[in-house]
Ligand binder design. Structure first.
Ligand code: ZN
Ligand code: ZN
Length: 275
């Protein structure tokens, strides 16, 4: 007998690039009536990728982040709030595996993300140079190559976050002109073959393109390939915790999904209904 749990599996705080601190995010999760909340601040980056450590948890802060998440799990449960799960959003880049293993020790959930393609960040609204250098078509090809490498990586990510992040700036003139259907097919096959979960993210609903990650045709392919889903808001502000998740469950149901997967603080995973 499966049950319905209200879970937000992707949340950031001021430990990385979020605006509000962990306590504010957990209080928002309590107010939203969440059953499970996974704190997934950006994992520490090599100096060359994050010289100022303002977008990821600084290495020196990792012990404090772990301790604060565990303390907030106790506090939240004492208030009748959600179970709070220790996680990280981990950037995949070539050679990332040893860093991920070292820096993410103790995490129960590791989101796998590709934000770094062609030597630059592809989700930084202040710096679109990687789009200008590669163009949207080549960026998409390189993104999908990297994404499949991330699925296959021995880092063994629990969930692939926002699977088609390459659409981030499509409303700003960076939509691909190539047919992306073969790339979608490759992504679904790769997620299936490597046993990955993928995230249905509501973050894109708050961006100019105003849609879910992944786009409907890609989510339909994941469903046909029997790739399980998790749900996440990718909140960087307390006011965005649990954003759009009830609608996202209805959207997944409409596409033919019947279940979502939900992690627990003990590291186990539960298959839950969507309605
Ligand atoms: Zn991300
Ligand atoms: Zn994120």
């Amino acid at each position: 007998m499966t049950r319905l749990l209200h879970a937000d599996c992707h949340v950031h705080s001021s430990y990385s690039d979020g605006e509000d601190d962990l306590l504010a995010m957990v209080e928002a999760g309590i107010a939203a009536g969440l059953d499970v909340m996974v704190l997934t601040d950006h994992l520490t980056l090599p100096t060359a990728m994050g010289p100022t450590a303002d977008v990821s948890v600084a290495a020196r802060d990792l012990p404090f982040y772990r301790a604060d998440v565990l303390a907030l799990d106790h506090l939240s449960r004492a208030k009748g709030g959600p179970e709070v799960v220790l996680g990280f959003e981990c950037d995949w880049y070539p050679g990332s595996e040893a860093n991920i293993a070292r820096w993410s020790a103790g995490a129960k959930v590791r989101l796998g993300s590709v934000h770094w393609v062609g030597g630059g960040w592809m989700d930084d609204a202040q710096d679109l140079s990687v789009y200008e250098e590669l163009g949207a078509d080549e960026l998409w090809r390189r993104y999908v190559d990297a994404w499949c490498s991330a699925c296959e990586s021995p880092a063994n990510f629990d969930v692939m976050a926002h699977p088609d992040l390459a659409r981030r700036f499509e409303a700003e003139g960076w939509a691909p002109t190539i047919d992306v259907a073969p790339l979608y097919d490759r992504m679904a096959e790769c997620a299936h073959d490597t046993g990955k979960r993928i995230e249905l993210s509501t973050a894109g609903l708050r961006k100019p393109f105003a849609d879910y990650y992944p786009a409907r045709p890609l989510l339909e392919r994941f469903r046909r390939a029997e790739v399980p889903i998790t749900l996440g808001s990718d909140a960087h502000r307390a006011c965005d915790v649990a954003f759009g998740l009830a609608d996202a469950r209805a959207h997944a149901l409409e596409i033919g999904y019947r279940e979502q997967q939900v992690p627990h603080a003990d590291g186990s995973w539960e298959t839950c209904t969507l309605a």
